[in-house]
Design a protein around this ligand. Structure first.
Ligand SMILES: C[S@@+](CC[C@H](N)C(=O)[O-])C[C@H]1O[C@@H](n2cnc3c(N)ncnc32)[C@H](O)[C@@H]1O
Length: 228
């Protein structure tokens, strides 16, 4: 039986294959894979399956994230882009009219991001830099509507607040992936999430949703907050 597709939210799809609903985005670089994901052609459009166990944004969508501010035409600052597994789906969603600036301080994944992903996508700019020092890339990044952060550092909420001061439009959103074990292995994840939320609130955000990511990622959550 052939596959069918249904739009979930703008730019995010479910491919229905053998009775299974598989998360997907429309491939902005047809024919190219980023992390050995499957490509599926439906009505002459190519979709890339999005593995929620490899992507916290994908996991949050599967777990019922109510609002995804990453939509077609959006401008996004992505902190902790690595080699672009999730960012490639962000690039698919925002499309040619959007742009994503991807920051990481590790040279190797940034090199892979440049050679294997950004080369084929005009809407993605890789930046080799420390997200704790956003002044270092302030000449390259304009004001954005969304900051997505997945740096897995104990001070990640502070990093988001610092970046928001320079780059986030008023009313814009921060999406913060929280890995509780990288903050404090001894504490309950729920307590860690509360602590991170407090830091966002003190930095001028209103937290709108916190989605736990199990079973895709254990002891992880994704917080969505708006700048008030
Ligand atoms: C969990 S991985 C990111 C995975 C990626 N977001 C994805 O879903 O495809 C965390 C990344 O954050 C980067 N990172 C950690 N601290 C950072 C910092 N201070 N500045 C920039 N990048 C940082 C690491 O080098 C690593 O590539």
């Amino acid at each position: 039986m052939g596959s069918t597709v249904a739009e979930h939210t703008p730019g995010v799809y479910f491919v229905i294959q053998n009775g299974q609903k598989l998360l997907a985005t429309r491939n902005l670089a047809p024919g190219r894979r980023v992390y050995r994901e499957d490509l599926v052609n439906i009505n002459e459009v190519e979709y890339r399956l999005w593995n929620p166990s490899r992507s916290k944004l994908g996991a949050a969508i599967m777990k019922g994230l109510k609002r995804n501010p990453i939509v077609p035409s959006a401008k996004v600052l992505y902190l902790g882009v690595a080699s672009g597994t999730t960012c490639s789906h962000v690039s698919d969603i925002i499309g040619d009219l959007g742009h994503v600036w991807g920051v990481d301080f590790a040279p190797r994944p940034i090199r892979d991001l440049i050679d294997q992903v950004a080369k084929y996508r005009k809407n993605l700019t890789p930046i080799l830099s420390d997200a704790r020092q956003p002044q270092g890339y302030s000449f390259q990044v304009p004001k954005v509507e969304t900051i997505f952060a997945d740096v897995a550092q104990p001070d990640q909420a502070d990093i988001v607040v610092k970046n928001a001061r320079l780059f986030l439009k008023k009313g814009g959103y921060a999406m913060l992936s929280i890995k509780s074990r990288s903050i404090d292995v001894g504490k309950e994840p729920a307590e860690i999430y509360k602590g991170q939320i407090k830091i966002l609130e003190a930095g001028g955000f209103r937290v709108e949703e916190v989605v736990e990511l199990d079973p895709y990622e254990l002891d992880h959550a994704l917080a969505l907050a708006s700048l008030v």
